[in-house]
Ligand binder design. Structure first.
Ligand code: FAD
Ligand code: SIN
Length: 520
């Protein structure tokens, strides 16, 4: 049986949830998500959301900081649009119930993060994402027009390809009719048909071994759109967060928010010396690419696995007040951050590239939108400014909602779509074929396609990934679907896109740094 809706939303982070809420009074929304409603990158966001909310700051300053961080390839019109739209969309979050910390005078208690020239980050202590997710999930659960399907995994987008027609990338006549989705509780593949399909599937962190992203971040949406012959771009620009807590093999890595450096935290090498001064005049508050590379370099020079973030010189009560979650997490590991330095190392955090969209979130495929981290809007360029990502998610949810509502009456639902074809498949005989390849992909990407790259390392990664690709495609063709097999396939696709685009770059820029093309 087909599931039919006006709006099919894939993903339940800040982007998908806000989009669903914006359109729900105009038609039926089906919201599918592969884990629980809350599980998402959004849930773990700490620092907050950037917006100009006081007179000391200005749109021009926020625009300039974003452009500078983006290293020359942001779309300036998009940057201006997002920065100007920010206050209205923050107000919308507040209207939906999200709370941001305030000072005694009633104004927002604004934090500062790397690359920002002003204090402009709205936050809820150090659990800003969880607060936004709490408010949005509550509003979505309360809305009668939104059907929530948890533990449902989108496998592939449906286009003319599934009607036996040829589709080609960069051709404008591809149309999206919905998605094939496996219900993970029944293992049945269902057909979801919709007037508009919205990919809000978030990031790709798990393509690397060490990441701040939860396990759901496997680049599924980007891979699906690429398979459907949509346009994907800027994938070489993978952001590594400089300060993930270093405690061995914890996955995902627990983040130590950049706001801690905005609060006065200082990065130190293991001998206690200040680390950043010799790398950048902005010191510990330089943009992320600069700080992550500096830490990477010091760790390699010294043979160390981590460096330290030091807040011991700050007031203990202020530390506990502003960073209660981090304080508790570290206490649980025997580290009192008011007295001891925090061991940190870089971890994969965010993908600046993704599904190419226009200023309304429309992808290169008709009736297919992409919003949030899965998309490439032009806001981030070659490096994202801290706390601009939640902002992008809510602004583009708004833009895409406006666009889909504007066009709703002109779209009809296509119902002649074939059911998913199970023929000739059986359950994979050995799960190790999947789990081992998953680990190998992460190792290849971490060792050869990390913070610092070279032609040789990229070529080696490309060849190694090619072998795993062939093995996995063969397994996929003869296997009944499992979540892990689909995710492995998607991660290989993501790794391929990152490597391919990195190999094509003949320069170092922003997050892509190659020793063969050092910055001029
Ligand atoms: P997500 O919030 O990741 O949601 C994606 C959703 O899609 C999830 O529900 C997932 O389960 C679902 N999904 C994925 N694939 C499928 C599939 N195949 N089928 C069905 N469902 C699927 N940004 C900031 O601006 N400020 C911060 O302070 C900040 N801190 C961060 C801290 C951490 C630890 C992390 C990991 C990220 C942080 N970021 C921050 C980045 C920011 O959180 C994300 O970029 C943003 O939340 C992305 O929102 P989203 O809605 O696009 O995706
Ligand atoms: C952080 O709190 O350091 C993360 C902020 C971000 O990723 O924008």
């Amino acid at each position: 049986m087909n599931n039919i809706s006006d709006f099919l939303v894939i993903g339940s982070g800040a982007a998908g949830l806000s989009y669903a809420l914006k359109v729900a009074q105009h038609g039926k929304v089906t919201l599918i998500t592969k884990s629980t409603l809350e599980e998402s990158n959004t849930q773990y966001a700490q620092g907050g959301i950037a917006a100009v909310t006081n007179n000391a700051d200005s749109f021009e300053k926020h625009v300039a900081d974003t452009l500078l961080c983006g290293a020359g390839i942001c779309n300036e019109d998009v940057v201006r649009m997002v920065v100007k739209e920010a206050p209205a969309q923050i107000q919308q979050l507040i209207d939906w119930g999200a709370q941001f910390d305030k000072s005694a005078d009633g104004s927002f208690d604004l934090a500062r993060e790397g690359g920002h020239s002003e204090h402009r980050i709205l936050h809820n202590k150090d659990s800003s994402g969880a607060e936004i997710e709490r408010a949005l999930t509550a509003a979505v659960r309360a809305h009668q027009n939104i059907e929530i399907r948890e533990h449902c995994f989108a496998i592939d987008l449906i286009t003319q390809h599934h009607l036996g027609q040829m589709v080609r990338r960069y051709h404008t006549n591809i149309d999206c009719y919905g998605a094939y989705v496996v219900d993970l509780k029944t293992n049945k593949v269902e057909t979801f048909l919709s007037k508009n399909t919205v990919v809000a599937t978030g990031g790709i962190g798990n393509v690397y071994h060490t990441t701040t992203n939860p396990p759901v971040a496997t680049g599924d949406g980007i891979a699906m759109v690429y398979r459907a012959k949509g346009v994907v771009e800027n994938m070489a620009y993978v952001q590594f967060h400089p300060t993930a807590l270093y405690i061995g093999n914890e996955r995902p890595s627990f983040l130590i928010t950049e706001a801690m450096r905005g609060f006065g935290g200082i990065l130190r090498t293991q001998d206690g010396n200040e680390l950043m001064n010799k790398y950048d005049p902005r010191g510990s508050l330089a943009p992320r690419d600069v700080v992550a590379r500096a830490i990477d370099n010091e760790m390699k020079l010294r043979g160390d696995d981590f460096v330290y973030l030091d807040v011991t010189h700050k007031s203990a009560s202020e530390i506990e007040k502003h960073f209660p979650m981090i304080y508790q997490k570290c206490i649980s590991l025997g580290i009192d951050i008011t007295k001891q330095m925090i061991p940190v190392a870089p971890a994969t955090h965010f993908i600046c590239g993704g599904i190419r969209v226009n200023p309304n979130g429309q992808s290169s495929i008709a009736h297919l939108y992409a919003i949030g981290e899965a998309s490439c809007t032009g806001l981030h360029g070659a490096n994202r400014l801290a706390s601009n990502s939640l902002l992008e998610a809510v602004v583009y949810a708004h833009k895409a909602a406006q666009d889909t509502l504007h066009n709703l009456r002109r779209v009809s639902i296509r119902t002649d779509i074939p059911d998913w074809d199970y023929e000739g498949t059986s359950y994979p005989e050995e799960m190790v074929l999947i789990t081992q390849n998953y680990k190998e992909v992460q190792q290849i990407m971490s060792y050869y396609v990390g913070i610092v790259r070279s032609n040789l390392r990229l070529a080696r990664a490309f060849n190694r990934l090619g072998i795993i690709y062939k093995e996995t495609e063969a397994l996929y063709r003869r296997s009944t679907l499992t979540q892990s097999l689909c995710e492995l396939r998607n991660l290989i696709q993501i790794g391929y896109l990152i490597i391919k685009e990195a190999m094509a770059l003949r320069e170092s820029r922003g997050l892509h740094y190659s020793i063969d093309f050092p910055p001029k």
